[in-house]
Structures are given as C-alpha cells and as structure tokens.
Ligand binder design. Structure first.
Ligand code: FMN
Length: 178
C-alpha cells in the first residue's frame, strides 16, 4: 500500500509529528511505501482562483502540497497529525483541508471527484488537556469535509501528556497492521 503522512506542527519536539512518524515506521516495517510531508513551511491557502475547475487539474499552486496532490491519487492511506491550539486543530490543518477544494471537478456539483473513494484518513491530534468531548467535536468539524471527497474517516488518535507513550505505541501498531 501507499501511505502518505502529513504533519502540521512546526515544533521541533512535536508529539503529533512523532505519532505520524511512528505510524509510518510501522507501515514501512510491514512493507508498505511511505512518504511524509511537513506542511508548516511554504503552505498557502486556497486563493479561490478556480484554476482547478477551469483547467481540469489539481491545485496549480507550487507550494508544499504540490507533491502531496501528485501522490494522492495512488495513495491508500493518509495519516494527518496536528496540534490543538485554543481548543481546535491548529490553523495549518484547516488550510490543508481547505486545499482539497481542488478535488471536486465542479463547484456545486460534487458528483465527480479527482480521486477514487475509499482512501483511509487516520487523524492524530496532540493536546495539553485530557481527551474531552468538546475538542473531539472540533476535531470532527475539521474532518467532516473529507468524507465528501470519498475518504473513509478512521477513529482519531488523541495524544495527551498522560497517555503519550501508549498512544505512540498505538500509532505504530495502526501503521503496522494496515
Ligand atoms: C498557541 C498554542 C495554543 C494551545 N492551545 C491549547 C489548547 O487550547 N488546549 C490544549 O489542550 N493544548 C493547547 N496547546 C498545547 C498543544 O496542544 C500541545 O503542546 C501539543 O503537543 C501541540 O502539538 P504538537 O506537539 O504536535 O506540536 C496549545 C499550544 C500552543 C502553542
């Protein structure tokens, strides 16, 4: 299988990034192909230029997501890592989600998507607070649109200070048992 990791945090000791890397390490140990994109640098927002609709292409911006969109059609799994800021997934994660606007061939008619359905999306969120329903609801708001692009949403892995080691082990196992 082809697995893409996407990490939103720029912190040198990022826990969500560590979890994504553990997932990819588990997947690589099981013989899968892995690629990882650290998107906090050179990430642009959707400009609403509509080039993806007018020219029948993925997003035309030449930033850190250009290679992501090149690999996405052949990917089986995307694993997304982000930190929680002010109770919500950090801004880069929302920008990442917004940029998938290019996947639908038309604006209002969502019957045609540039990628095949059924890719699994594994979310991993790191936070200072214990796991709680409020943050989970915010996480789900970020993730919901991915269903519209045909992703199968997997249960988010929540990384807290209290349960970090067990969660990292779980990340490895998730990747290793795909
Ligand atoms: C600007 C900022 C805002 C934060 N807000 C929250 C918050 O509202 N709730 C929380 O539990 N942790 C909060 N944190 C802590 C981070 O979620 C925590 O450090 C997490 O590990 C960040 O993810 P990362 O390690 O992958 O970078 C905040 C951290 C920063 C830098």
């Amino acid at each position: 299988m082809n697995i893409i990791g996407v990490t939103c945090s720029c912190l040198p000791k990022s826990i969500s990034q560590e979890a994504v890397k553990e997932f990819l390490r588990g997947a690589a140990d099981a013989g899968h192909q892995t690629e990882c994109f650290a998107i906090s640098q050179n990430l642009r927002g959707c400009t609403g230029c509509h080039a993806c609709k007018k020219t029948d292409s993925f997003c035309v911006q030449k930033d850190v997501l250009a290679d992501y969109f090149k690999l996405l059609p052949e990917a089986d799994v995307v694993v997304l890592g982000a930190g929680i800021y002010m109770g919500y997934p950090q801004g880069e994660a929302w920008t990442f989600m917004n940029r998938h606007f290019c996947l639908h061939k038309r604006v209002l008619d969502h019957s045609e998507c540039r990628i095949a359905p059924g890719k699994k999306l594994y979310p991993m969120f790191a936070q200072g607070a214990p796991d709680n329903p409020e943050y989970r609801a915010h996480d789900n708001e970020l993730l919901k649109p991915f269903s519209g692009w045909g992703f199968e949403l997997m249960e988010p892995l929540i990384l807290t200070a209290q349960g970090k080691e067990a969660a990292l082990q779980k990340a490895y196992e998730l990747g290793n048992t795909l």
